[in-house]
Design a protein around this ligand. Structure first.
Ligand code: HEM
Length: 80
């Protein structure tokens, strides 16, 4: 539910409800770098390629160490 992370709803998310980088004294020291890197990588990829879901893929979340789409998320990639 990406809408939970909309700026209007951010204050409703408890600090310990979403922990991608851990918390406390051993929190990930690369968190800021990782977030910047992810945004840049996504921006470059989205500007150069188009990603379309394939009809046979039905995304379903599975809880492993992190929440992941079951069976991955195959997509059709075309150059823009
Ligand atoms: C999406 C990328 C990343 C994720 C999801 C991630 C996640 C985590 C998590 C969950 C922890 C454990 C925190 C805890 O014990 O509470 C951690 C620790 C750590 N991460 Fe990351 N990390 C990422 C990228 C990076 C990067 C890019 C670096 C270095 C440039 C980095 C360096 C570290 C280090 C050194 C620790 C150990 C900190 C300590 O034990 O004091 N991580 N990370």
């Amino acid at each position: 539910m990406p809408a939970r992370f909309h700026p209007d709803n951010r204050d409703a998310i408890d600090r310990f409800q979403y922990l991608p980088f851990g918390a406390g004294p051993r929190i990930c020291i690369g968190a800021s770098f990782a977030m910047q890197e992810a945004v840049i990588a996504l921006g470059v990829l989205m500007s150069r390629f188009r990603f379309d879901s394939v009809p046979e893929t039905k995304p379903w979340p599975v809880q492993k160490l992190t929440t992941q789409p079951q069976g991955g998320l195959p997509m059709r990639v075309t150059r823009r």
